[in-house]
Ligand binder design. Structure first.
Ligand code: FDA
Length: 501
């Protein structure tokens, strides 16, 4: 068990023996603030009063990570792992409660090693998905990977929680394509899939970050994409039939479109934006849209044909001529505060209800929702095959996004997001009201610690929403086997379940 005494001095001394001093940035260092902020996306968690780490360790090889774990165990200092720093609650670099902890920041471990012939790659956790997309496409423009859209999200956190994106209907989540992983466990051992065993490997592929140790790299199966893909953005106002189009989209997009076609919807300013990626040409897409979704009125002029790599730039707000090298830019903007929540929908919401939902996205303080269609491959995998349980029967995921400028000087979350989330209750899954672990939301529950370890009962409150009851239990039993002392933990880490209750 960890000593409760603050043994930070001994911890730092221990680190000095295993990690070069320039890789340990302590609070007293002039670069501490910038290193801490380096990959942060949400300035809410940099505000004064935030509980910060004792130091940030920036390893350049596995032995540094192992040393950090061993020193942390020995001297009673917990580690929080950070890959891309995009956690929606900032749990990779701040603590909600007073606590002495260190951050292991993997940004320096970010190589992507592509095996073209086998169509696989080893990707280090500190790579961003943008860096991964770039490296894969540069090695072979016919290869790609199904993962999220924002290029600065880190592979480490993203894969730990699932990884939903514009190709999941064709190829599944990121974790559905993970073949192997290298993890440093709570005893400081470096394990691959074979050494860690079945349950441990299962838990890493979607059971949420932090709980199971520090994943250093992931072996993935790359997927085939055509040389030319087609994207379009079509906006509909209420007067142009936004409500009817969204109502129809709900059952069409997950089930009645080819798996090569993903159309997601962003509802904002009382308008619906239909954003699409099609793994094929405009000539192939036009008849599909004309027959299945004529309400959108898609025409040839809406088509933008480009490489798959360029499409990742385009859908994320670039143009067809933005250089693909923007995917390598790791600089994040700190200009807005954000707060996110999520839901899943299994029964289409009637148009009369959409008439009442749209007005929520209007006026000062209102944010947006993003609807991500499931179905296809992501929906065909059994609920228990990975910890991500939102599979068969899910029509789409809803992500709620509130954002407000830092110039408002207050990081307080606007009521809007809680109110719209409460309003949506009758329309979304219930018992449990499902949520996506990568859209982390502490409003749905926070761990309580009893007798030195996280209590299973407190974890169930949020954990069954993210993982379902059966998967959550299997995650907790796995945690009990690999980290019974609960060394790796945060406000929403998997509690260790040791005895069968
Ligand atoms: P970060 O480093 O903050 O880590 C997140 C969690 O994982 C923390 O608990 C951390 O301790 C843990 N962790 C990190 N690295 C680890 C490692 N190597 N081993 C073990 N644990 C580790 N999601 C999605 O599915 N599809 C999408 O399209 C998007 N889009 C998107 C856009 C934007 C702008 C943001 C901010 C977020 C998203 N996300 C998303 C959510 C994203 O997948 C989620 O926030 C990931 O956890 C981010 O991973 P990072 O490595 O960046 O986070």
């Amino acid at each position: 068990p960890l000593s409760s005494a603050d043994s930070s001095g001994e911890f730092l001394q221990c680190l000095a023996a295993g990690v070069p001093s320039q890789l340990v940035v302590t609070r007293g260092s002039s670069s501490f603030a910038s290193v801490l902020a380096s990959s942060v996306r949400n300035p809410r968690f940099l505000a004064p009063g935030t509980v910060r780490p004792l130091c940030v360790v920036t390893p350049t090889n596995a032995s540094h990570v192992q040393a950090a774990v061993l020193c942390g165990r020995r001297h009673g200092v917990r580690l929080r792992v950070r890959s891309g720093g995009h956690d929606y609650e900032g749990l990779s670099f701040r603590s909600v409660r007073q606590e002495v902890f260190a951050v292991v920041d993997l940004a320096g471990l970010r190589s992507v090693r592509v095996n073209r012939r086998a169509a696989t790659a080893w990707v280090d956790s500190g790579a961003t998905v943008g860096e991964m997309y770039y490296a894969v496409a540069k090695a072979d423009a016919g290869l790609a990977f199904p993962a999220g859209l924002c290029p600065t999200i880190g592979v480490g956190g993203h894969f730990s929680g699932g990884g939903i994106g514009m190709m999941m209907r064709k190829y599944g989540l990121s974790v559905d394509n993970v073949l192997d992983a290298m993890v440093v466990d709570a005893n400081g051992r470096l394990l691959d899939k074979k050494a860690m065993g079945r349950d441990y490997f299962w838990a890493l592929r979607g059971g949420g970050g932090e709980s199971f140790g520090i994943v250093l790299s992931w072996k993935v199966r790359l997927v085939a994409v055509p040389r030319t893909v087609t994207v379009f953005n079509i906006q509909k106002t209420l007067a142009q039939g936004a409500v009817d189009a969204v109502t129809k989209w709900q059952t069409l997009a997950p089930a009645a479109l080819p798996d090569e076609l993903t159309i997601r919807v962003v509802v904002q300013n009382k308008q619906a934006l239909f954003q699409s990626l099609y793994l094929g040409t405009c000539d192939q897409l036009l008849p599909v849209m004309g027959s299945r979704f004529p309400e959108l009125g898609m025409a040839r002029a809406d088509c933008r044909e480009m490489s798959w790599l360029q499409s990742m730039v385009y859908i994320n707000g670039g143009t067809s001529s933005t250089p693909v090298e923007v995917l390598l830019n790791r600089t994040t903007s700190l200009s807005v505060y954000t707060k996110n929540k999520s839901d899943y929908v299994k029964q289409a919401i009637p148009s009369a209800s959409w008439e009442r939902i749209f007005p929520w996205f209007d006026g000062a303080g209102a944010g947006l929702i993003i609807l991500e269609p499931h179905g296809g491959k992501v929906g065909s995998i059994a609920d228990g095959d990975t910890p991500y349980p939102h599979r068969s029967g899910v029509l789409y995921n809803i992500q709620y996004v509130a954002f407000w400028p830092v110039t408002t000087a207050t990081p307080a979350v606007p009521d809007w997001i809680k109110n719209v989330h409460a309003f949506m209750e009758p329309f979304v899954t219930s018992n449990p009201r499902e949520a996506y672990v990568n859209y982390r939301d502490l409003d749905i529950g926070e761990n309580a610690v009893a007798g030195g370890v996280t209590s299973y009962e407190s974890g169930r409150v949020w954990g069954e929403k993210y993982f379902g009851a059966a998967n959550f239990r299997r995650l907790a039993l796995t945690k009990g086997k690999v980290d019974a002392g609960d060394y790796f933990r945060n406000e929403q880490s998997i509690p260790p379940l040791v005895s069968i209750k």
